[in-house]
Design a protein around this ligand. Structure first.
Ligand SMILES: *Cc1c(COP(=O)(O)O)cnc(C)c1O
Length: 400
């Protein structure tokens, strides 16, 4: 695991560290792996930090937002970027706010109620995708932790409800809504082969729907959910394989534009959470390290039930006259400062050596990390934030 060199020099801990140069390099590789007719949107909910959104600007085709708050924030940060507006419970206020923004290029309509509300409020043409909860079958979603479709969920509409929406869209009251295609985001955490199988099923279903109803549905958004592997921080989703599969799919559908909207697979690896060990103790046969901070800053391991991967940055200086607690060659459970047994960042992690005063650098803290954490619980201070800027040199200035 390659660690940002600056982590050892941080003075204020805990701190989040975002490697924006690495993020941009990664996004360029993702883009290069995708065929031309695939638009890449970034799902802002994975990490909406303004410098992260700005770093992706120009490397993604747009941003997927799922609330009025994300809409306002993303638009303020990257004003010229196209937005796709999703979310299962759009309020009348959010619908009105989104209608005022021309940057909202696509609406992901999640129910018949929403279609009615949008048609009643629309004072201009609106480009719509219907979000459908498709049964993908074939075991493609078996064992997936975060399935949002293919089973009962509040997301999107059942395939059987689509015909009613199509009938409404054909009536004069819905004339401002232009149906462009289908959206489906069925699960998060799929490797490339499964992700391709799901994409093929969504496209196949959409093509069948278009044929049955004599429609030109020339856009399909197959969602996000590309896997990241917390047990192997060096692994990456197989973008080249996914891109080749999408190219084959597009070759079978010559007028189709595909869109994908990954979140975690773009940003998870660019974020780090750095902190220091406050104490090490032995309790009823097991070793515990207590760090400054905890899951109120980095909730990811508690929500997912995994051990967050980390690196020990040894600090040799120990300024105190009392003994320095530590462990060697031991599995150690790394906890935070919260008074709850759930405040665990890593369980029984093997470490060669760990002492109070050493630093820990948690990897893969760039998605669903700070922004999903319960910051107010126990009233500890917030972490510092550092953004390592793009090191790509500017083009040389012209000679006078
Ligand atoms: C959360 C979400 C995404 C992104 O999911 P990742 O697993 O982070 O890639 C994309 N689309 C929709 C509709 C979502 O809700």
């Amino acid at each position: 695991m390659s660690v940002p060199a600056t982590a050892a020099a941080l003075t204020e801990l805990p701190a989040y560290l975002y490697d924006l140069a690495a993020l941009r390099a990664h996004a360029r590789r993702v883009r290069a792996a995708l065929p031309d007719r695939v638009e890449l949107y970034y799902a802002a909910k994975a990490n909406p930090e303004a410098p992260v959104l700005a770093a992706l600007h120009g490397l993604v085709d747009g941003y997927e937002v799922s609330s009025g708050g994300e809409l306002a924030h993303v638009h303020a940060t990257v004003p010229d970027a196209p937005l796709a507006f999703g979310g299962p419970g759009k309020s009348p206020e959010e619908i009105a706010a989104a209608l005022r923004l021309p940057a909202v290029r696509r609406w992901h309509v999640e129910s018949e109620r929403e279609l009615h509300a949008l048609a009643a409020a629309a004072d201009r043409p609106v480009d719509v995708l219907l979000r459908v909860n498709l049964p993908v079958g074939g075991g493609a979603l078996d064992g997936v932790a975060l399935a949002m479709g293919g089973r009962p969920t509040p997301f999107g509409m059942d395939p059987g409800q689509v015909a009613r929406c199509l009938a409404l869209l054909a009536t004069p009251a819905f004339a401002r809504l232009r149906l462009r295609g289908i959206h489906a985001h069925l699960a998060s955490g799929l490797p490339a082969a499964e992700q391709l199988r799901v994409a093929e099923r969504i496209v196949g279903w959409s093509a069948g729907l278009a044929a049955r109803h004599g429609l030109a549905l020339d856009e399909v958004n197959v969602g996000g959910g590309m896997a990241v592997d917390y047990e192997d921080p060096d692994a990456r989703f197989d973008w080249p394989r996914f891109g080749r599969g999408l190219a084959e799919l597009l070759a079978r559908h010559p007028s189709l534009t595909l869109r994908i909207e990954p979140g975690r697979a773009l940003t998870a690896h660019c974020g780090w959470y750095a902190t220091e060990v406050l104490d090490v103790k032995h309790s009823h046969g097991e070793d515990f390290a207590v760090v400054r901070g905890g899951t109120h800053h980095l909730r990811t391991p508690a929500t997912r039930g995994h051990s967050q991967p980390f690196t020990v940055l040894p600090v040799d200086h120990w300024p105190h006259p009392w003994p320095r607690p530590g462990v060697t060659d031991s599995p150690v459970t790394v906890c935070g400062q919260l008074c709850t047994p759930k405040d665990v960042l890593a369980s029984r992690a093997p470490v060669p050596a760990l002492r109070a005063g050493d630093r820990l650098l948690f990897a893969m803290a760039g998605a669903y990390a700070w922004n999903i954490s319960h910051h107010e619980f126990l009233m500890h201070p917030r972490p510092a934030f550092h953004y390592l800027a793009d090191r790509t040199p500017d083009p040389p200035a012209e000679a006078p």
